[in-house]
Design a protein around this ligand. Structure first.
Ligand SMILES: Cc1cc2nc3c(=O)[nH]c(=O)nc-3n(C[C@H](O)[C@H](O)[C@H](O)COP(=O)(O)OP(=O)(O)OC[C@H]3O[C@@H](n4cnc5c(N)ncnc54)[C@H](O)[C@@H]3O)c2cc1C
Length: 368
């Protein structure tokens, strides 16, 4: 067995899930997280039915999250729209609530949580005090951006015209709240898309993913972009026009949609967005975070039992994870590219009406 406990860096969904699974198997990891309390991350307000199953398997009782139940999907592009039922019930839930629930569960099982930003320097992972972390295995769960000092993902990962994310939360007017009840809306427009879902407190989470160039066309000002979208005919225009004045907008840049870790490094298990970044339109990033934690812990445990000192476990895990991710990422990338093109959005809204197609695609985008 390892002398030093495994280390997990990042207490988002992937890191906390890995901690829960290790602890459930009698292994006590050390979990490093740079934030003192879970923040309300911009990304991940929609939890798919598969993600909900995984959360239950991690010990979260059904209903514990008390999120907003979502049964229907509505897709719009310009004045065209389609709506239909999802394959199973999903949920709108804030990231603050999700991350808190998972971290609390890890703590309840005995996780040791240290609040420090970890960086990679002089060939070692180091906490704030500069001391090297002693571990044979590191579970890297730090999200979509590179860790300071660690070999960068290829620059091309985010592309020439990368995606960025914008989010605002607001109290919807009564008519909008009634229309959004039980529904996730996906509005496609040239250069991006906007998802809207209600969350546990009745607030509406409006999250946009768009090409950098699209924001540049609005002078780099999110509020000007919102005004431009509010002027468009169709359901998105109506939603944007109903936003409060001067809403608070959170932003995240350079999202490397479609990137995945093809090869692993000895002892380094890349989880969640460090394993692969699926376009948010799929609503499966959190599912991937949880699935990668499950698979990584399975590989880590197998290696501990049968081989010496973690040899090969991380590399085998990363290869297996990449094989699961590749087809989902390719499909989500293709849908995203079509959906954000000027003509593609209306075509997708038309295709969505083919009986069974949307449900089939929605099901197929889930990670197994
Ligand atoms: C615009 C947008 C919308 C999205 N919407 C959805 C959605 O509705 N549904 C869905 O399923 N997915 C969605 N996603 C994807 C989803 O948010 C991510 O896939 C998911 O958050 C990945 O989880 P993670 O645990 O890997 O990383 P994160 O959630 O990013 O968590 C990383 C954690 O690591 C910590 N950390 C980072 N660096 C360090 C460090 N150096 N030291 C210590 N701690 C560190 C952070 O503070 C954080 O707590 C969306 C993505 C985008 C871009």
């Amino acid at each position: 067995m390892n002398e030093a406990p495994p280390i997990i860096v990042g207490a988002g969904p992937a890191g906390s899930a890995a901690a829960i699974l290790l602890l459930s198997n009698g292994i006590a990891p050390i979990l490093y997280e740079r934030q003192a309390t879970p923040g309300d991350a911009l990304c991940g307000g929609f939890l798919s039915w598969r993600t909900l199953e995984r959360l239950q398997a991690l010990g979260l009782a059904p209903g514990e999250a008390s999120g907003h139940r979502v049964d229907r999907l509505r897709i719009t592009a310009g004045t065209r729209e389609w709506s239909g039922s999802l394959p199973a019930a999903a949920m709108g839930l804030s990231r603050r609530r999700l991350d808190s629930l998972l971290l609390d569960r890890a703590r309840a099982l005995g996780a040791e949580v240290r609040h420090a930003a970890v960086r990679h320097e002089e060939g070692a992972f180091r906490a704030d005090d500069g001391r090297a972390l002693r571990a044979d295995s590191i579970f890297l769960a730090t999200g979509k951006h590179d860790m300071r000092g660690l070999a960068r993902r290829p620059r091309a990962a985010a592309g020439q015209n990368p995606f960025l994310g914008l989010r605002t939360r607001f109290a919807p007017p009564a008519t909008m709240a009634a229309e959004l009840a039980g529904t996730i809306e996906m509005h496609l427009f040239a250069g991006g898309y906007a998802g809207i879902v209600l969350q546990e407190d009745g607030s509406a989470n409006l999250c946009l993913a768009l090409r950098k160039r699209r924001l540049a066309e609005a002078g780099g000002d999110p509020l000007r972009l919102f005004d431009q979208l509010a002027g468009q005919p169709g359901p998105l225009g109506l939603r944007m026009a109903a936003l409060p004045e001067q809403p608070r907008v959170d932003a995240i840049g350079q999202v490397p949609y479609g990137w995945y870790a093809g090869r692993g490094a000895p002892g380094l298990f890349r989880l969640g967005d460090q394993a692969g970044v699926i376009p948010s339109l799929a609503g499966e990033g959190i599912g991937i975070a949880l699935a990668s934690a499950e698979l990584a812990v399975q590989h880590w445990l197998a290696v501990q039992h049968w081989l010496a000192r973690g040899a090969g476990g991380a590399e085998r895990f990363q290869k297996a994870m990449a094989a699961r991710l590749r087809p989902r990422l390719a499909l989500a990338q293709a849908i995203t590219a079509a959906g954000v093109s000027a003509r593609g959005g209306p075509w997708l809204a038309r295709l969505a009406a083919i009986p069974g197609l949307s449900r089939g695609v929605a099901g197929w985008l889930r990670i197994d």
